[in-house]
Design a protein around this ligand. Structure first.
Ligand SMILES: Nc1ncnc2c1ncn2[C@@H]1O[C@H](COP(=O)(O)OP(=O)(O)OP(=O)(O)O)[C@@H](O)[C@H]1O
Ligand SMILES: [Mg+2]
Length: 303
């Protein structure tokens, strides 16, 4: 196991990233010049239509695939310059939840969570941690089930537990709540936000679900492989508007610089987004259905 001193959050810097595929004669730019900065400990939602390059971008950041151009820096690691023999080390610092789970079919749920520890034989403490994580994603009692005996949503939760097992400094999660009912999805999300607030884990999470994206610090939208816009909580966005209006408890609180009598659709949008934030009352901690308080980190340490 990584031990109690496992990673704090890792920052992510992506510059000019390009990934092309050539299925047949044409060249497809799946990721087409993406620049993205994620601060250590930030929770960023990655949204966008199907085929817009979200999974490809996540795979590149996780060093599961190589870009054609551009650079990726995670913490102090220049991922794009890593030698092949250094990749396993890097991947151990990054938790990855795949869109299609990728569980090992011959291993039980428990052994799938323990898989990152292989080939070493997992110790008692690691076993306890794996069991605890399965319990936290609602799969206590299903430790011995093979993936073929689990529903899609249950397999997804095993994959989430596996990604958290190494206490990653960066969690890359590709639609981790996509197959879960709303209640279970919210529980998983609360677990992730709790992890972020207690361990400073950086989270980059792909979602099609607006209510999930709204619980992130900000959302980045990909369209045709390009970053389209940033929404919510982003002061830079506010500064680029003609004016920004802040709502607190449903009332206009203050008007910021750039004040002009004109109203643009963007400005309208910003007002609406802030309104939604205010209503949600979310301020970087766990979501509205957060589990009872109790330090996850210390529970992990004591297990
Ligand atoms: N291995 C591959 N070979 C050829 N084309 C690929 C490959 N992987 C992805 N693509 C193409 O790259 C584009 C981006 O795919 P990607 O899987 O990143 O989209 P996505 O935004 O994750 O979509 P979804 O929301 O449906 O998961 C798509 O047009 C897809 O067909
Ligand atoms: Mg995808």
């Amino acid at each position: 196991m990584s031990g109690p001193g496992a990673d704090e959050g890792l920052s992510v810097q992506v510059t000019g990233l390009v990934k092309t595929y050539s299925p047949g004669a044409q060249v497809l730019r799946a990721v087409d010049g993406v620049d993205l900065d994620v601060a250590a400990g930030e929770f960023v939602a990655l949204t966008g239509p199907s085929g817009s390059g979200k999974s490809t971008l996540l795979h590149l950041i996780g060093a599961l695939d190589r870009p054609d151009a551009g650079t990726i820096t995670v913490g102090s690691i220049n991922v794009t310059a890593l030698q092949r023999r250094r990749l396993p080390d890097y991947r151990r610092r990054v938790g990855f939840v795949f869109q299609r789970y990728h569980l090992l079919p011959a291993l039980t749920a428990l052994d799938n969570v323990l898989a990152p520890a292989l080939p070493r034989r997992p110790g008692r403490e690691q076993q306890a941690l794996a069991r605890e994580l399965l319990g936290q994603v609602g799969l206590g009692g299903r430790e011995d089930a093979l993936p073929s005996r689990l529903s899609g949503g249950q397999q997804q939760r095993v994959a989430i537990a596996r990604a958290l097992f190494q206490r990653p400094g960066l969690l890359l999660a590709d639609e981790p709540t996509g197959n879960l009912d709303q209640h279970t999805g919210q529980q998983v999300l609360s677990l992730l936000t709790q992890l972020r607030s207690e361990r400073g884990t950086t989270i980059l999470l792909v979602t099609h679900d607006q209510s999930v994206a709204e619980q992130a610090d900000r959302a980045v939208q990909l369209v045709d492989g390009k970053v389209q816009e940033r929404l919510a909580h982003d002061q830079n966005v506010a500064e680029q508007a003609d004016r920004a209006v802040q709502l607190v408890d449903g009332r206009v609180q203050e008007r910021l610089a750039h004040d002009s009598p004109s109203t643009s659709p963007d400005t309208d949008n910003f007002e609406r987004v802030n309104d939604a934030d205010g209503a949600a009352g979310w301020s970087g901690g766990a979501g509205p259905e957060a589990p009872a308080p109790g330090p996850l980190a210390s529970r992990w340490r004591s297990s």
